[in-house]
Design a protein. Structure first.
Length: 174
């Protein structure tokens, strides 16, 4: 059975290879340091039968966004001169041995669920941001309802209202 857990020292980070050196390096050399410094949290997809082997991962963090960078449709009720709290999917990757199995979608769904739980318990956000590394990644995020920013097509935004609707659908399907 697949499980998603916070990254810890028992996970074999060295064996992970998603085919993108910068993502591999982050997981292998930086992810735990960022967690220890409170900069971000990394979660890993594992098979319970081999709980040290990382099949995929994602990293969550928070940021402030200038309201003026958002489409008017999403910012019209927000203060225009404000820096707005937001969440960020800082990284998402699947080991290349596991590509095509739907693990990216599974990781994405878990990331959204964790962000929603955090804001329901601790505070609000404007939405969920991600910087797609290329056009292929951009198309992946567009499938989830992310919207490209006007001046930065590889920076995408999932409005809070979309997150809430997705959470409602998920709860209704249980």
């Amino acid at each position: 059975m697949l499980i998603i857990r916070p990254l810890d020292p028992s996970h074999d980070r060295k064996a992970f290879d998603c085919g993108v050196p910068v993502l591999n390096d982050f997981l292998q050399k930086t992810a735990r340091q960022h967690r220890d410094k409170g900069l971000s949290n990394t979660f890993v997809l594992l098979d319970e039968a081999a709980p040290q082997e990382i099949l995929g991962f994602f990293t969550l963090s928070f940021l402030e966004v200038d309201a003026a960078t958002l489409h008017r449709e999403y910012s019209r009720h927000l203060p225009r001169s404000s820096r707005l709290p937001s969440a960020k999917l800082a990284r998402l990757a699947v080991d290349k041995r596991c590509h095509g199995k739907g693990y990216g979608e599974l990781l994405m769904a878990d990331a959204v669920k964790r962000i929603m739980a955090t804001i329901n318990e601790s505070g609000g956000i404007t939405g969920f941001f991600v910087d797609a590394k290329d056009e292929h990644a951009r198309r992946f995020y567009l499938r989830f309802g992310f919207i490209p920013l006007q001046d930065a097509p590889l920076t995408l935004f999932l409005p809070l209202q979309t997150l809430l609707k997705g959470l409602e659908k998920s709860a209704a399907n249980r």
